[in-house]
Design a protein around this ligand. Sequence first.
Ligand code: FDA
Length: 562
Amino acid sequence: MTMSPHSRRRFLGTAALQSASALGLGSFMARPAGAAEIAAGRTLDAQAASPSQPLAQRAAAGPLPVVVVGTGYGGAVAALRLAEQGIPVVMLEMGQLWTQPASDGRLFSKTLTPDGRAMWFKTKTEAPLKTFLGLDIINKKIPAYAGVLDRVHLGGIDAYVGRGVGGGSLVNGGMAVTPREQDFGQILPGVDAGEMYAKWFPLANRLLGVNQVDPAWFEKAKCYRYARVARDQAQRAGYKTAFVPTVYDVGYLAREDLGQVTRSATAQEILYGNNHGKCSLDQSYLADAVGTGRVSIYTLHEVTALRQAAGGGYELDVRQIDAQGQELMRCTVRCAKLFLGAGSLGTSMMLVKARDTGGLPRLPAAVGAGWGHNGNVMAARSNPLGTSTGAIQSTMPVMGIDDRDHPTRPVFAELTPLPTGFENGVSMVLAITKNPERGTFRWDAASGQVKLDWRLEQNAASVAAVRSLIDPINRLLGTRYRTDLFGGGKAVADDFCYHPLGGCVLGQATDLLGRVKGHPGLYVVDGALIPGWTSVNPFVTITALAERNLHHLLREDFGVTA
Ligand code: FDA
């Protein structure tokens, strides 16, 4: 058997990620293996992962060349591209590795019977839907544990984020949408669109494993009845609709629909993790990165503070916990170059704290500014009596109402399921609207925390946009908003978002490659760079932008010539 260097790396990285979890390693890297071993399939044993030296020991030996904080999209791209140039990378991730089943045979808990794996140190789940028919039957008590989904309370709004090796890829809806080229200039002015669409978007799509359902299959799939019903109604109301690409394996999904494989998307799994079918980052970029043999990942290691190191480089205070939240260790790590990939919230909060408490006092005022939520709002409608939306609904949306050409309120509204497991007659959307409001992170000395200045009223434009899209459908069909789902009688859910973006905006807090202004060797690589809106779901854009930035940074700052 011969393997290309890329498949060999992916194979080795996947094996290392799986065996590290099986061995219970909180820090690991891939054991370098010879081609003969790989060809013989011998790396798929527990030896494929080697424990990394404990972080405190490694830190005591001197400064690390590169630290990457966070293992989401931006962090994963940075780690892969640095490591394949021969640069050793240490990744610090506050969440767990999710690659080995627990004693019940599952990686993640079931959606309808969640346990501690569902959420990050909560004692009750905090799902987007609060009630059904006004009854408090959705959220369940769970033990506090280092689970995979966090709902961060930011005052005027909550934001969902993923916690674990793979960040948001572990919990997201897999919708992998490249923005239209004609919108790109508004999203990332200053970035060469020609280069992005010729090189970095295609590369990101390929490595993320983006695929699309076969339209003919979609028309007959049981699990997309809900989407066909909502699409047909939208088209009758005069709207355009479009297929939505996904990183869920559409071949697997088709077999789920036929009952041939273990169900995941058709068994309500999404927010608390998919046990099958989804190509999360631990199966793509991170597997490739670990497969280089140069990337160590330290899980349940949270960066709590940053500062300038005497003599150059950066110092990070790190806290290690166990999965029950017990503190195991604290240490300080020094590094020459620091890549922040902790997500819009994580990266912005770390930098604002560092600026305003003296660790990095010269950080620009633009750090913490320009935060937005991609105009995310959700809304649900009833259907005419007797309309079946299907008892089994795929959690992976693959169809959207495309009203991005609307002159005053462009909206892309993905048709999302309400996967209760029984006929519920609800049609729901996750809308991405264009909301000009932005928030700012600031240090609050009284509470010793970073807070986000964002008021609920700042969502008014998003609520109005989605209502203006859906009202005509309701008028046409004689249907109504469902006000029994989001709490407080709301027709449009405007108090949480899935797409926090910005806080260290490209070209404002950083230069046009993500270098933090005035701070050589400090880079932002994640959704914090995106100025609050991407017109569609953001992870493809975050990944492609990170690919572009790393390509240029390696040549300009790391002396890579090829
Ligand atoms: P990301 O948030 O992915 O990763 C950051 C990582 O850093 C996390 O693993 C976190 O634990 C870690 N971290 C944070 N602070 C740290 C610290 N101090 N120390 C150490 N580690 C730290 N997008 C899309 O395009 N299509 C979709 O369908 C969806 N659906 C969706 C559903 C849900 C429920 C969520 C929560 C999100 C989505 N998204 C989405 C959004 C998408 O997942 C999100 O935009 C990206 O994950 C952001 O990627 P980043 O690289 O910015 O960080």
